[in-house]
Structure formats: C-alpha cells, structure tokens
Design a binder for this molecule. Sequence first.
Ligand code: SF4
Ligand code: SF4
Length: 135
Amino acid sequence: MSTQMSREAETRAFIDKIESLSGQNLLACYQCGKCSAGCPMAKHMDIPPNQMIRYVQLGLKKDLLASESIWMCVSCLTCNSRCPKGVRIAEIIESLRQMHLRVRNDFFDVRKLPSDVLGDLPPIALIGGMRKFTS
Ligand code: SF4
Ligand code: SF4
C-alpha cells in the first residue's frame, strides 16, 4: 500500500514538474496523434511526440529521460501549430531535456570524442549538442 502511494506521489511530482517547466496542461492532450503525423523527425524517434505526452501523463520518467526522442526533436514547432488542443508539445520536450541536463547528464561526454573529431567540429556544434534549448 505504501509502495503504491509513493509511486503515485512520484508520478504526481514528475507531472507537476513538467507542467511547471513547460507551462502546459498535460491533461489537455486527448491523443489525436496530429503532432506525430506532422513531425518531420517522428520516423527517427523511439517514442513519437504524442506518445511522449502519454508517457508523461503516466509518469514514465525513466523511459522518457532515456529516450532518443528528446534529442531527435529539432524544435521546429510544427507539432505546436497542429495541436487542436493548443498543447505546446515542443515546450514539454524542452522540459524533459532540461530535467535531464539539470542532473548533469549531458547527452554525450565531450572527453570521449576522438581528437580528430574535436579538431574538426566548430565550438557551436559541441555546445549545441550538449545544451539544447527551444524556448
Ligand atoms: S518541435 Fe520536435 S516534436 Fe515537434 S514537430 Fe518539430 S521535431 Fe517534431
Ligand atoms: S496534437 Fe495535441 S491533442 Fe493531439 S496527440 Fe498531440 S498533443 Fe495530444
């Protein structure tokens, strides 16, 4: 019983945090799928945009923070413009990236890149790869 309660509290805390960071009402999403249908990156994602929203509603934090999708999003905002409920999906994905980065989990470790790759990349590519912000 207490494990069930703590799981519910954890889920609620995660949802509250994402709603607070993104300024979005997650329950407004009714899973029409229009965001994923228009997303140019959906075919490269392990969890498409509408499912990311569903995962957040269900409190599946670990799966979301481990997903490639939050980094595949190119912040084009197409999903935002297609949502009939006015949900700003890109801001929700941005919140997931922020949550990931705030615990100091960079997407990749610069120190592990080969020196020839480091020499070729412009600094902005490295910064953009580690710290991605949409809004
Ligand atoms: S902002 Fe991200 S999730 Fe939304 S349509 Fe563009 S790439 Fe897809
Ligand atoms: S378009 Fe809006 S309502 Fe439809 S699945 Fe995406 S976020 Fe939910």
